[in-house]
Design a binder for this molecule. Structure first.
Ligand SMILES: [Cu+2]
Length: 391
Protein backbone atom coordinates (compact mmCIF):
# COMPACT_ATOMS: atom_id res chain seq x y z
CA UNK A 1 0.00 0.00 0.00
CA UNK A 2 1.10 3.54 -0.64
CA UNK A 3 1.71 5.83 2.32
CA UNK A 4 0.92 9.52 2.83
CA UNK A 5 2.61 11.95 5.17
CA UNK A 6 -0.71 13.80 5.43
CA UNK A 7 -3.42 12.16 7.47
CA UNK A 8 -6.68 11.08 5.86
CA UNK A 9 -8.63 14.15 6.91
CA UNK A 10 -6.00 16.51 5.54
CA UNK A 11 -6.01 14.62 2.25
CA UNK A 12 -9.80 14.81 1.97
CA UNK A 13 -9.73 18.50 2.86
CA UNK A 14 -7.25 19.09 0.05
CA UNK A 15 -9.41 17.10 -2.36
CA UNK A 16 -12.45 19.19 -1.52
CA UNK A 17 -10.63 22.50 -1.94
CA UNK A 18 -13.03 24.85 -3.77
CA UNK A 19 -12.24 25.82 -7.36
CA UNK A 20 -12.11 29.47 -6.27
CA UNK A 21 -9.24 28.56 -3.95
CA UNK A 22 -7.30 26.58 -6.55
CA UNK A 23 -9.40 23.42 -6.84
CA UNK A 24 -8.66 19.92 -5.58
CA UNK A 25 -5.18 19.02 -4.35
CA UNK A 26 -4.92 15.36 -5.29
CA UNK A 27 -3.25 13.42 -2.46
CA UNK A 28 0.34 12.59 -3.33
CA UNK A 29 1.82 9.40 -1.90
CA UNK A 30 5.19 9.87 -0.18
CA UNK A 31 6.20 6.24 0.29
CA UNK A 32 5.13 2.66 -0.36
CA UNK A 33 4.90 -0.22 2.12
CA UNK A 34 4.77 -4.03 2.27
CA UNK A 35 3.13 -5.33 5.45
CA UNK A 36 3.29 -1.81 6.84
CA UNK A 37 7.06 -1.46 6.47
CA UNK A 38 9.67 0.10 4.23
CA UNK A 39 12.96 1.90 4.75
CA UNK A 40 12.98 5.52 3.67
CA UNK A 41 16.12 7.17 2.32
CA UNK A 42 16.59 9.79 5.05
CA UNK A 43 18.78 11.92 2.78
CA UNK A 44 15.57 12.66 0.83
CA UNK A 45 13.87 14.56 3.65
CA UNK A 46 14.55 17.27 6.21
CA UNK A 47 11.91 15.77 8.52
CA UNK A 48 12.80 13.52 11.44
CA UNK A 49 13.69 10.19 9.84
CA UNK A 50 14.70 6.84 11.35
CA UNK A 51 16.23 3.84 9.64
CA UNK A 52 13.24 1.51 9.65
CA UNK A 53 13.27 -2.25 9.19
CA UNK A 54 11.90 -4.17 6.22
CA UNK A 55 9.15 -6.76 6.38
CA UNK A 56 10.79 -10.20 6.19
CA UNK A 57 9.55 -13.61 5.02
CA UNK A 58 11.10 -17.06 5.42
CA UNK A 59 11.31 -19.34 2.38
CA UNK A 60 12.49 -22.94 2.17
CA UNK A 61 14.33 -24.33 -0.85
CA UNK A 62 12.24 -26.73 -2.89
CA UNK A 63 8.95 -25.89 -1.15
CA UNK A 64 5.91 -24.02 -2.44
CA UNK A 65 4.88 -20.86 -0.59
CA UNK A 66 1.39 -19.42 -0.80
CA UNK A 67 1.26 -15.63 -0.57
CA UNK A 68 -2.03 -13.81 -0.10
CA UNK A 69 -1.62 -10.38 -1.66
CA UNK A 70 -3.95 -7.47 -0.95
CA UNK A 71 -3.76 -3.88 -2.10
CA UNK A 72 -5.13 -2.10 0.96
CA UNK A 73 -4.09 1.37 -0.20
CA UNK A 74 -6.16 4.42 -1.05
CA UNK A 75 -5.19 5.54 -4.51
CA UNK A 76 -2.39 3.56 -6.17
CA UNK A 77 -2.26 0.62 -8.56
CA UNK A 78 0.65 -1.65 -7.60
CA UNK A 79 2.80 -4.08 -9.56
CA UNK A 80 4.12 -6.86 -7.34
CA UNK A 81 7.15 -9.02 -8.11
CA UNK A 82 9.88 -11.12 -6.48
CA UNK A 83 13.44 -11.01 -7.79
CA UNK A 84 14.45 -14.24 -9.60
CA UNK A 85 11.11 -15.95 -8.85
CA UNK A 86 8.03 -16.86 -10.85
CA UNK A 87 4.58 -16.57 -9.27
CA UNK A 88 1.74 -18.95 -10.04
CA UNK A 89 -1.53 -17.02 -9.68
CA UNK A 90 -4.31 -19.26 -8.34
CA UNK A 91 -7.09 -16.83 -7.40
CA UNK A 92 -8.26 -13.26 -7.95
CA UNK A 93 -10.46 -11.64 -5.29
CA UNK A 94 -10.91 -15.11 -3.73
CA UNK A 95 -12.19 -16.52 -7.05
CA UNK A 96 -10.18 -19.65 -7.96
CA UNK A 97 -8.69 -19.44 -11.44
CA UNK A 98 -6.78 -21.81 -13.65
CA UNK A 99 -3.19 -21.33 -12.45
CA UNK A 100 -0.93 -19.26 -14.68
CA UNK A 101 2.65 -18.14 -14.27
CA UNK A 102 3.80 -14.54 -14.21
CA UNK A 103 6.73 -12.49 -12.99
CA UNK A 104 4.51 -9.47 -12.18
CA UNK A 105 0.97 -9.18 -10.87
CA UNK A 106 -1.01 -5.91 -10.95
CA UNK A 107 -3.27 -5.05 -8.03
CA UNK A 108 -5.66 -2.11 -7.90
CA UNK A 109 -6.97 -0.83 -4.58
CA UNK A 110 -9.22 -3.45 -2.99
CA UNK A 111 -7.96 -6.30 -5.17
CA UNK A 112 -6.63 -9.56 -3.79
CA UNK A 113 -4.65 -12.36 -5.39
CA UNK A 114 -3.29 -15.65 -4.11
CA UNK A 115 0.00 -16.73 -5.62
CA UNK A 116 2.12 -19.84 -5.14
CA UNK A 117 5.86 -19.25 -5.27
CA UNK A 118 8.23 -22.18 -5.67
CA UNK A 119 11.34 -21.88 -3.52
CA UNK A 120 13.84 -21.96 -6.35
CA UNK A 121 16.55 -20.32 -4.25
CA UNK A 122 19.32 -22.06 -2.34
CA UNK A 123 19.99 -22.33 1.36
CA UNK A 124 21.36 -18.98 2.56
CA UNK A 125 19.90 -16.97 -0.35
CA UNK A 126 18.06 -13.68 0.12
CA UNK A 127 15.90 -11.80 -2.39
CA UNK A 128 13.87 -8.63 -2.64
CA UNK A 129 10.12 -8.74 -2.87
CA UNK A 130 8.97 -5.53 -4.61
CA UNK A 131 5.78 -3.60 -5.13
CA UNK A 132 5.88 -0.62 -7.49
CA UNK A 133 3.34 2.17 -7.81
CA UNK A 134 2.44 2.46 -11.50
CA UNK A 135 3.32 5.70 -13.24
CA UNK A 136 -0.30 6.82 -13.62
CA UNK A 137 -0.86 6.75 -9.84
CA UNK A 138 0.12 9.95 -8.09
CA UNK A 139 3.22 9.90 -5.91
CA UNK A 140 6.02 12.35 -5.23
CA UNK A 141 8.59 10.20 -7.05
CA UNK A 142 10.85 9.77 -4.01
CA UNK A 143 9.86 6.23 -3.05
CA UNK A 144 7.51 4.42 -5.43
CA UNK A 145 8.99 0.96 -4.83
CA UNK A 146 8.21 -0.87 -1.59
CA UNK A 147 10.56 -3.71 -0.74
CA UNK A 148 10.55 -6.62 1.70
CA UNK A 149 13.12 -9.38 2.18
CA UNK A 150 12.80 -13.10 1.53
CA UNK A 151 15.31 -15.13 3.55
CA UNK A 152 15.91 -18.76 2.67
CA UNK A 153 16.82 -21.16 5.46
CA UNK A 154 20.25 -20.45 6.85
CA UNK A 155 20.43 -16.90 5.45
CA UNK A 156 22.11 -14.21 7.51
CA UNK A 157 19.12 -12.11 8.56
CA UNK A 158 21.39 -9.26 9.66
CA UNK A 159 22.17 -8.62 6.00
CA UNK A 160 20.08 -7.48 3.04
CA UNK A 161 19.88 -8.57 -0.60
CA UNK A 162 22.44 -6.76 -2.72
CA UNK A 163 20.23 -6.18 -5.78
CA UNK A 164 19.69 -2.42 -6.24
CA UNK A 165 16.35 -0.66 -5.69
CA UNK A 166 13.95 0.33 -8.45
CA UNK A 167 14.46 -2.84 -10.47
CA UNK A 168 10.74 -3.63 -10.44
CA UNK A 169 8.45 -3.57 -13.49
CA UNK A 170 9.50 -0.88 -15.92
CA UNK A 171 7.64 2.40 -15.82
CA UNK A 172 5.48 2.18 -18.92
CA UNK A 173 3.34 5.22 -19.64
CA UNK A 174 0.81 3.31 -21.76
CA UNK A 175 -2.73 3.70 -20.31
CA UNK A 176 -3.25 -0.07 -20.43
CA UNK A 177 -0.17 -0.58 -18.23
CA UNK A 178 -2.11 1.11 -15.42
CA UNK A 179 -4.70 -1.67 -15.49
CA UNK A 180 -4.84 -5.34 -14.53
CA UNK A 181 -3.18 -8.28 -16.21
CA UNK A 182 -4.88 -9.44 -19.45
CA UNK A 183 -8.37 -10.91 -19.16
CA UNK A 184 -7.19 -13.74 -21.39
CA UNK A 185 -4.90 -14.96 -18.56
CA UNK A 186 -7.49 -15.18 -15.82
CA UNK A 187 -9.87 -18.11 -16.37
CA UNK A 188 -12.22 -19.07 -13.51
CA UNK A 189 -11.87 -22.72 -12.45
CA UNK A 190 -15.65 -23.10 -12.28
CA UNK A 191 -16.96 -21.94 -15.66
CA UNK A 192 -20.02 -19.71 -16.01
CA UNK A 193 -20.99 -18.57 -19.51
CA UNK A 194 -22.29 -15.07 -20.21
CA UNK A 195 -26.10 -15.04 -20.12
CA UNK A 196 -28.30 -12.66 -22.10
CA UNK A 197 -28.82 -9.53 -19.99
CA UNK A 198 -32.33 -8.17 -19.54
CA UNK A 199 -31.05 -4.74 -18.59
CA UNK A 200 -27.99 -2.89 -19.92
CA UNK A 201 -26.87 0.48 -18.62
CA UNK A 202 -24.09 2.80 -19.73
CA UNK A 203 -22.25 4.99 -17.25
CA UNK A 204 -19.91 7.82 -18.20
CA UNK A 205 -17.24 8.74 -15.65
CA UNK A 206 -16.12 12.36 -15.71
CA UNK A 207 -14.36 14.75 -13.37
CA UNK A 208 -16.03 18.13 -13.65
CA UNK A 209 -17.13 21.28 -11.88
CA UNK A 210 -20.42 21.53 -10.04
CA UNK A 211 -19.96 25.32 -9.95
CA UNK A 212 -17.84 25.41 -6.80
CA UNK A 213 -15.96 22.08 -6.65
CA UNK A 214 -14.45 19.52 -8.99
CA UNK A 215 -16.33 16.25 -8.48
CA UNK A 216 -16.50 12.83 -10.09
CA UNK A 217 -19.78 11.97 -11.73
CA UNK A 218 -21.36 8.78 -13.02
CA UNK A 219 -23.86 9.83 -15.67
CA UNK A 220 -23.66 13.45 -14.53
CA UNK A 221 -24.49 12.70 -10.90
CA UNK A 222 -21.97 12.96 -8.07
CA UNK A 223 -22.93 10.65 -5.21
CA UNK A 224 -23.48 11.84 -1.65
CA UNK A 225 -24.47 9.62 1.27
CA UNK A 226 -26.85 10.47 4.08
CA UNK A 227 -25.88 8.43 7.12
CA UNK A 228 -29.30 9.00 8.68
CA UNK A 229 -31.36 8.05 5.65
CA UNK A 230 -30.12 4.81 4.05
CA UNK A 231 -31.26 3.95 0.53
CA UNK A 232 -32.11 0.46 1.78
CA UNK A 233 -34.95 1.90 3.90
CA UNK A 234 -36.45 3.55 0.85
CA UNK A 235 -36.05 0.44 -1.28
CA UNK A 236 -37.73 -1.55 1.47
CA UNK A 237 -40.63 0.90 1.76
CA UNK A 238 -40.89 1.56 -2.00
CA UNK A 239 -40.15 5.27 -1.51
CA UNK A 240 -37.04 5.49 -3.69
CA UNK A 241 -38.58 8.29 -5.73
CA UNK A 242 -38.45 10.61 -2.71
CA UNK A 243 -34.64 10.41 -2.55
CA UNK A 244 -32.49 13.32 -3.76
CA UNK A 245 -30.79 12.77 -7.11
CA UNK A 246 -27.33 12.73 -5.52
CA UNK A 247 -27.97 9.28 -4.05
CA UNK A 248 -27.47 8.19 -7.67
CA UNK A 249 -29.87 5.25 -7.52
CA UNK A 250 -30.07 2.76 -10.37
CA UNK A 251 -33.00 0.44 -9.80
CA UNK A 252 -32.67 -2.84 -11.69
CA UNK A 253 -36.42 -3.40 -11.40
CA UNK A 254 -37.24 -7.03 -12.07
CA UNK A 255 -34.04 -7.66 -14.06
CA UNK A 256 -32.26 -10.89 -13.22
CA UNK A 257 -29.16 -10.33 -15.35
CA UNK A 258 -27.58 -6.86 -15.40
CA UNK A 259 -24.90 -5.57 -17.76
CA UNK A 260 -23.01 -2.31 -17.26
CA UNK A 261 -20.85 -0.55 -19.85
CA UNK A 262 -18.63 2.07 -18.21
CA UNK A 263 -16.83 4.76 -20.19
CA UNK A 264 -14.02 6.61 -18.42
CA UNK A 265 -13.31 10.09 -19.80
CA UNK A 266 -10.88 10.83 -16.99
CA UNK A 267 -7.08 10.58 -17.09
CA UNK A 268 -6.94 8.32 -14.01
CA UNK A 269 -7.46 4.54 -13.79
CA UNK A 270 -10.40 3.34 -11.67
CA UNK A 271 -10.60 0.05 -9.75
CA UNK A 272 -14.33 -0.52 -10.19
CA UNK A 273 -15.87 -2.48 -7.32
CA UNK A 274 -19.33 -4.03 -7.03
CA UNK A 275 -20.68 -4.99 -3.62
CA UNK A 276 -22.60 -8.19 -3.05
CA UNK A 277 -21.43 -10.05 -6.15
CA UNK A 278 -18.66 -11.56 -8.16
CA UNK A 279 -19.07 -9.76 -11.45
CA UNK A 280 -18.16 -11.12 -14.84
CA UNK A 281 -15.64 -8.92 -16.63
CA UNK A 282 -16.70 -9.10 -20.27
CA UNK A 283 -14.12 -6.80 -21.81
CA UNK A 284 -12.10 -3.63 -21.36
CA UNK A 285 -10.04 -1.40 -23.58
CA UNK A 286 -9.87 1.93 -25.36
CA UNK A 287 -12.56 3.77 -27.30
CA UNK A 288 -16.09 2.47 -27.82
CA UNK A 289 -16.89 -1.14 -26.91
CA UNK A 290 -17.52 -3.13 -30.09
CA UNK A 291 -19.68 -5.76 -28.37
CA UNK A 292 -16.96 -8.40 -28.24
CA UNK A 293 -16.51 -10.48 -25.10
CA UNK A 294 -13.29 -12.07 -23.86
CA UNK A 295 -14.08 -15.81 -23.54
CA UNK A 296 -17.89 -15.60 -23.47
CA UNK A 297 -17.99 -19.24 -22.37
CA UNK A 298 -16.26 -18.33 -19.11
CA UNK A 299 -15.12 -14.73 -18.61
CA UNK A 300 -13.13 -13.61 -15.60
CA UNK A 301 -15.16 -13.15 -12.41
CA UNK A 302 -14.00 -11.01 -9.50
CA UNK A 303 -15.29 -8.09 -7.43
CA UNK A 304 -12.82 -5.34 -8.37
CA UNK A 305 -11.53 -4.65 -11.87
CA UNK A 306 -9.18 -1.83 -12.81
CA UNK A 307 -10.24 0.12 -15.86
CA UNK A 308 -7.45 2.08 -17.52
CA UNK A 309 -7.31 5.87 -17.89
CA UNK A 310 -8.88 7.47 -20.96
CA UNK A 311 -6.63 7.58 -24.01
CA UNK A 312 -7.49 11.29 -24.39
CA UNK A 313 -10.24 13.75 -23.50
CA UNK A 314 -12.35 12.44 -26.39
CA UNK A 315 -11.30 8.77 -26.47
CA UNK A 316 -12.49 7.08 -23.27
CA UNK A 317 -11.49 3.72 -21.90
CA UNK A 318 -14.28 1.17 -21.48
CA UNK A 319 -15.12 -1.61 -19.03
CA UNK A 320 -18.03 -4.04 -19.46
CA UNK A 321 -19.26 -6.01 -16.46
CA UNK A 322 -22.25 -8.24 -15.83
CA UNK A 323 -23.80 -10.04 -12.89
CA UNK A 324 -26.71 -12.25 -12.01
CA UNK A 325 -29.10 -10.12 -9.98
CA UNK A 326 -30.00 -12.77 -7.42
CA UNK A 327 -29.09 -10.91 -4.24
CA UNK A 328 -31.91 -8.57 -3.13
CA UNK A 329 -30.43 -5.44 -1.60
CA UNK A 330 -28.74 -2.11 -2.21
CA UNK A 331 -25.23 -2.45 -3.57
CA UNK A 332 -22.59 0.19 -4.21
CA UNK A 333 -20.93 0.17 -7.62
CA UNK A 334 -17.99 2.49 -7.16
CA UNK A 335 -14.36 3.32 -7.70
CA UNK A 336 -12.27 1.75 -4.94
CA UNK A 337 -9.79 4.63 -4.88
CA UNK A 338 -10.71 6.36 -1.63
CA UNK A 339 -10.12 9.79 -3.16
CA UNK A 340 -12.39 9.11 -6.12
CA UNK A 341 -15.17 7.75 -3.89
CA UNK A 342 -14.77 10.87 -1.76
CA UNK A 343 -15.40 12.92 -4.90
CA UNK A 344 -18.61 11.01 -5.64
CA UNK A 345 -17.65 8.19 -8.05
CA UNK A 346 -20.45 5.95 -6.80
CA UNK A 347 -23.70 4.50 -8.12
CA UNK A 348 -26.24 2.86 -5.81
CA UNK A 349 -27.68 -0.30 -7.35
CA UNK A 350 -31.09 -1.41 -6.10
CA UNK A 351 -31.59 -5.09 -6.85
CA UNK A 352 -34.75 -7.25 -6.73
CA UNK A 353 -36.72 -4.68 -4.76
CA UNK A 354 -39.89 -6.75 -4.98
CA UNK A 355 -38.24 -9.55 -2.99
CA UNK A 356 -36.87 -7.34 -0.23
CA UNK A 357 -39.94 -7.44 2.02
CA UNK A 358 -39.87 -11.23 2.13
CA UNK A 359 -36.13 -11.92 1.93
CA UNK A 360 -34.83 -9.10 4.13
CA UNK A 361 -37.58 -9.00 6.76
CA UNK A 362 -35.45 -10.63 9.47
CA UNK A 363 -32.39 -8.55 8.61
CA UNK A 364 -34.50 -5.38 8.74
CA UNK A 365 -35.85 -6.32 12.18
CA UNK A 366 -32.28 -6.84 13.40
CA UNK A 367 -30.92 -3.63 11.90
CA UNK A 368 -33.83 -1.37 12.84
CA UNK A 369 -32.85 -0.82 16.53
CA UNK A 370 -29.28 -0.05 15.44
CA UNK A 371 -30.62 2.66 13.11
CA UNK A 372 -32.75 4.12 15.89
CA UNK A 373 -29.78 4.20 18.27
CA UNK A 374 -27.61 5.74 15.59
CA UNK A 375 -30.16 8.46 14.83
CA UNK A 376 -30.50 9.30 18.53
CA UNK A 377 -26.71 9.37 18.87
CA UNK A 378 -26.14 11.67 15.88
CA UNK A 379 -28.83 14.08 17.07
CA UNK A 380 -26.51 15.03 19.92
CA UNK A 381 -24.36 16.92 17.44
CA UNK A 382 -22.71 16.77 14.04
CA UNK A 383 -20.30 13.85 14.28
CA UNK A 384 -19.53 13.54 10.63
CA UNK A 385 -18.62 17.01 9.53
CA UNK A 386 -16.31 15.93 6.71
CA UNK A 387 -17.05 17.35 3.34
CA UNK A 388 -16.62 14.29 1.12
CA UNK A 389 -19.30 12.02 -0.36
CA UNK A 390 -19.48 9.84 2.74
CA UNK A 391 -18.42 6.59 1.09
CU1 LIG B 1 -11.38 6.08 -9.56
Amino acid sequence: MEWYRNNYKANVKGLMNPIAKGGPALPTANSNLINGKMRFDCSQTKLTCDTASYAAFNFTSGKNHRLRLMNIGSGAVQKFSIDNHVMQVISNDCMPIQPYNTSVISLGVGQRADVVVFGSGKKGDKYWMRSNIVTCSINDGVLAEARAVIYYQGADISTLPTAPPNQGPSASTSPMSCGNDPLTSTIPTYPIAVATPNVTQEFDITLKSNGTHMLYTMNNVSFRADFNDPVLNHAFDSTLKTLPINRNVWNLGTATEARVVIYNYNDAPHPIHLHGHNMQVLNLGMGKWDGSIVRASNPQRRDVQVMPPAASATVPSFLVIQWTANNPGVWALHCHFAWHSSLGLVTTVVERQSLMQSVLQNAAMTISPVCQNWNAFTQKGPLLSDTDSGL
